[in-house]
Design a protein around this ligand. Sequence first.
Ligand SMILES: NC(=[NH2+])NCCC[C@H](N)C(=O)O
Length: 408
Amino acid sequence: MVTGPHGADSEVGTLRTVMLHRPGPELQRLTPRNNDKLLFDGIPWVARAQDEHDAFAETLRGRGVEVLYLTDLLTESLASEEARGMAITSALSGLHLGDTMRAYLADFLTDASPEELTELLTAGIRNDEVRGGHGLVTSLLDQHDFLIDPLPNLLFTRDSSVWVRDRVAITSLAMPARARETQLTELIYTEHPRFRGTAKIHGWHHEHVEGGDVLLLAPGVVAVGVGERTTPAGVERLARQVFGADLAHTVLAVPIAQERATMHLDTVCTMVDVDKVVMYPNVADSLRAYAVTVTERGEEDSDLVLHVADAEPFLVAAAKAMEIDTLHQIDTGLDPVTAEREQWDDGNNTLALAPRVAVAYERNDGTNDRLEEAGIEVLRIAGSELGSGRGGPRCMSCPISREPMPRG
Ligand SMILES: NC(=[NH2+])NCCC[C@H](N)C(=O)O
């Protein structure tokens, strides 16, 4: 059961509303010098990335999904002077600025319209873009250094917030290049008229949890990957909050290799039906989960006494928590090399629009063919440019509202 106008209790309930970010000027900031730090594996052709993204959005709209854009929501949220003030203060909190530059930028940003401010907060400001006499910092920094970092990974809206039933978790992103994204999602969920009053959990000041690690396996069952991004303490914090607010009865903590290729749980496993996942075959035998439940309640989330079961194979632990006989893994039957190539290109990172309907990158022929053979309708989208940020359809979407998951 999902209550309230927004929220999701599964990965596969019919998708009603989603938040996307159409790639924009922040991608123009990527150069061969900064792309690694900014977590892109190449320099995308921006116009083509936008075309691909527009086609993705159209695919969703074609299936009745309402598409909201993060930058529209942000601009609308920045209509109030107070919200603009908060956004500016947090964007300028970095210790690399110094008082002279901070004061200059504060004035500059205060004069910007909500639209301009959205662009400045997402595309950033480079040192050579502020002209003349603003003191020591601007003189000593390289002209290419950013005073406000661009946020090219905003594209991956999955990571910077995640709905668990009718609450939205503001996540805490592990990589410095992404840390500021959650200042923007927090602002949207706090200030935007559509979301005002939504109860929030977690927050960017807490232990690291990224949305790509969070899978709503079934109502009451949340799997959380623990690896390069979400930390052990992060999953404990999230578990306490979802238990405290009665959003789940079981959290499955799922260790994943701390590597770029498997940065989030959704890079190796996503759901395509109420009882089916597509999973990277090379991890299928080794993926394990610790089921966390509550044994005693108290006043505060911190008083909850948690029980951590011994690790079990992921599919076994998941099926038990979901109270189903089997959580089926669609066997893509790919040889290890093809499997590795398609995993790298986000073949396992599908976005379910409903049970047995999933959006996937067209390039991953092998995985997609096997999904179709297993009865999944695959909506294939182009992602040659989008994929250079290492994220697929699931990463590029934050479901804001799904219909309750149908049983069985
Ligand atoms: N949920 C996901 N798998 N997100 C992919 C994020 C990719 C992004 N470039 C990063 O490194 O953070």
